[in-house]
Design a protein around this ligand. Structure first.
Ligand SMILES: NC(=O)c1ccc[n+]([C@@H]2O[C@H](COP(=O)([O-])OP(=O)(O)OC[C@H]3O[C@@H](n4cnc5c(N)ncnc54)[C@H](OP(=O)(O)O)[C@@H]3O)[C@@H](O)[C@H]2O)c1
Length: 215
């Protein structure tokens, strides 16, 4: 599959690494083209023959799947500015919408960054919440302490959820579909808890949530 990633920071690298490792083609878009070019150079080393392209923010997006690897509320700004380009696509929201003091979420109770994003995009656009509970470095490594990562996925469109789940699986991770897009509220809460416990536990953003199955 062909996936466009907007944002080539830590998470652009992490998700890009897993997508390329899974044999998929990636187009990297950033407001800073040099950042996209540098990441592309690294991703081409992940998988021999990897198809990694770069592009400018604002250029037309040909891929059906677009990952917004940017901070909230920049994700919302992009949705407003590029709504016509994202229309009808699978848009993956990965944001943990922390407030300015990092002690809570910036979203209102009864909502989520993913739902706010969906409300800004044209009808028929399929927003999927994913990857907000997995830290960037663990995505690059593809594992923590020898264990695969769970990627929690929420969305209202089953086709889109299944596509994202397949990408996750191809990248060597375990997809866990948790329900409709409203479940993004809980996923963003879990993402927030995951962030706040790193310091006290001394895990340095190297841990992962894992659902352990019965024997
Ligand atoms: N880091 C994690 O472990 C982690 C885990 C789960 C979820 N997340 C979520 O992932 C998202 C990205 O986090 P990150 O750690 O990857 O951040 P990051 O390393 O700071 O990367 C953010 C990217 O967004 C780009 N950007 C900034 N302003 C922009 C704009 N106005 N238009 C377009 N692109 C813009 C940046 O470009 P420049 O370099 O040019 O500024 C950079 O490429 C956040 O929503 C975060 O909550 C992060």
């Amino acid at each position: 599959m062909n996936i466009t990633i907007i944002g080539t920071g830590n998470m652009g690298r992490g998700i890009g690494t897993r997508l390329v490792a899974g044999g998929h083609s990636v187009t990297l878009i950033d407001q800073n083209l040099e950042s996209a070019q540098n990441l592309a150079k690294d991703l081409r080393k992940v998988h021999e023959g990897a198809n990694v392209q770069v592009g400018n923010l604002g250029q037309s997006i040909k891929d059906e799947i677009v990952v917004l690897a940017v901070w909230y509320p920049i994700s919302l700004e992009l949705a407003k500015t590029y709504a016509h380009q994202l229309a009808g696509k699978i848009v993956v929201d990965i944001a943990n919408p922390l407030n300015s003091t990092f002690d809570g979420l910036a979203t209102q109770p009864g909502s989520s960054a993913a739902e706010e994003l969906a409300a800004l995009l044209p009808e028929g656009t399929k927003v999927v919440k994913a990857f907000n509970t997995t830290f960037a470095g663990t995505l690059v490594a593809g594992q923590v302490a020898g264990q695969t990562l769970d990627v929690l996925i929420a969305g209202d469109d089953e086709y889109a959820n299944n596509i994202v789940a397949a990408l996750v699986q191809d990248g060597g991770l375990t997809p866990v579909k948790v329900g409709g897009l409203q479940k993004a509220r809980q996923l963003e809460g879990l993402g927030f808890i995951g962030i706040t416990i790193q310091g006290p536990l001394g895990y340095g953003f190297g841990s992962a949530w894992r659902l352990v199955s019965p024997a």
